[in-house]
Design a protein around this ligand. Structure first.
Ligand SMILES: Cc1ncc(COP(=O)(O)O)c(C=O)c1O
Length: 456
């Protein structure tokens, strides 16, 4: 994640005008500085760290500022706007429900909620038959952890409460989500709470070259964890920091291990779900079905909505009124999500992600070649790719080079969010799923050009 600020000093960056990109001012734009400064003055520093561009409007895979500049969006916000920005059907759905119906209903029944959960259910394997709608990804992760702990208590007593997760995992920023996360720098404030949350290496073939499942069992044993105490295992379907899917044979071994030890298998599909990987759900690549899956980001196309889905046994652990949230299935968010899912299906966005995967990955290979060893890995699936910047011939993160590549790409009309992942050294390329091949190729050629210059 970004740990430094992009400068507020306007700079001549040269004029760019193509069909998709337009940079006609200094960057940052001089008129934008007072607005950027207002945020820097009134907000915590943590809200900074993104390129100094005011987002004003968008259309499909393009975003614009109020000053006439336009970018090809390789961020989708943060993997959210799968159906693109300002999709007319999502805009209409939001307006229609607010104008003709309501914008809040707590947990009182609504028709839109019924339609959304029924639609999601129709897409899931039958085993995952219950859908609980929430607001943020972290909230969904918290809920999944709670369900695993509750089940552990029920079937194994108070000792069955260990949650196993993976090194470098990201599951959100609330307390439970950070306990399950695998980024040590985010966990310093958690003290002794971490005792029941154990991380094992993620089989990415890069920072953990041994991709066998033995690493999982060996690490638990080295850490003195008796498998009978494990109530749940949580993993991203692909890790956000490396866009590397859990290998299918590893996933099958993990599924078997969880069944043998009566541990709940939770997949965090907050990035991978709803088409990003070229399948509707990321776990379809793995050949397994989890007991619980959590969704967020691309489920709604832009409005804050998340979901926990799972087996009847797990999802019905709590009684009426015992597992709710004020904004569960907010009608506006639900209307946006339903329409977003319909668009993903009707406009074949999952297929588009699958079709464009080779274009994305080919560019990744090219960037590795031209980076003089500074890109250690370029993994991806569907329409997500992670470029991991490293000190050549090592796996040590190189955040400075990654940051320069983001800065220069933005100055040339390609929108990227600040580097994420291990040591803030991973650049993610994840455009809206409706991006065209022409837009994708143009944006990638800019990032390639920048990588060649920065890594010269
Ligand atoms: C894999 C994963 N899980 C959980 C979260 C947390 O979601 P939210 O920021 O909506 O709380 C994120 C957000 O980046 C994520 O990428």
């Amino acid at each position: 994640m970004a740990t430094k600020e992009f400068p507020l000093v306007p700079k001549d960056v040269g004029r760019i005008e193509t069909r998709f990109r337009r940079i006609i001012t200094k960057i940052p734009v001089p008129e934008s500085i007072p607005i950027l400064e207002q945020m820097r003055t009134a907000e915590p520093r943590s809200m900074g760290g993104q390129p100094s561009v005011i987002w004003d409007s968008g259309e499909g895979a393009l975003v614009r500022d109020p000053y006439g500049n336009q970018w090809i969006d390789f961020s989708s916000g943060v993997l959210v706007t799968s159906a693109g920005h300002a999709h007319p059907r999502i805009v209409e759905a939001i307006q229609e429900i607010a104008r003709n119906h309501l914008y809040h209903a707590y947990c009182f029944p609504t028709e839109i909620r019924a339609r959304l959960v029924t639609k999601i259910k129709s897409l899931l394997p039958p085993h995952l038959s219950r859908i609980f709608l929430l607001t943020t990804g972290s909230e969904a992760v918290e809920c999944a952890i709670k369900l695993a702990r509750t089940m552990g208590l029920k079937i194994g007593g108070p000792e069955k409460r260990v949650i196993v997760s993976f090194e470098n995992a990201f599951h959100g920023r609330t307390m439970g989500a950070q306990l399950a996360g695998g980024i040590p720098s985010l966990k310093a404030w958690l003290g002794n709470e971490t005792a029941d949350f154990v991380q094992v290496p993620y089989p990415d073939g890069f920072r953990c070259p041994d991709m066998s499942f033995e690493v999982f069992t060996r690490t638990l044993s080295d850490k003195g964890i008796n498998p009978s105490r494990v109530c749940g295992v949580i993993s991203e379907t692909y890790q956000g920091c490396n866009a590397f899917l859990i290998p299918a044979d590893y996933a099958r071994a993990l599924r078997k291990w969880c069944d043998e030890h009566r541990a709940v298998l939770i997949l965090d599909e907050i990035q991978a779900g709803f088409g990003r990987t070229g399948r509707m759900f990321g776990f379809e690549h793995l050949g397994i079905v989890p007991d619980l899956a959590v969704f967020g980001k691309g489920i709604s196309g832009g409005m804050p909505l998340s979901a926990v889905v799972g087996t009847e046994e797990l999802m019905n652990l709590y009684g009426p009124g015992e597992m709710t949230s004020t904004h569960s299935a907010n009608p506006i968010c639900a209307a946006a999500a339903l329409t977003n899912i319909e668009i993903i299906l009707e406009e074949n966005l999952v297929e588009n992600a699958r079709r464009l995967q080779p274009v994305l990955l080919e560019s990744g290979r090219k960037m590795i070649e031209i980076s003089q060893g500074r890109i250690g890995r370029a993994d991806g699936v569907g329409l997500v790719m992670a470029l991991q910047f490293v000190e050549p011939q090592t796996t040590n993160p190189d955040p400075e080079t990654a940051w320069e590549v983001v800065r220069m790409s933005v100055e040339r009309g390609v929108m990227l969010f600040a580097p994420v992942g291990v040591g803030g050294s991973t650049i993610k390329i994840n455009p809206p799923l409706l991006i065209t091949e022409e837009q994708l190729r143009e944006g990638l050629s800019v990032v390639e050009e920048v990588v060649a210059e920065v890594c010269r």
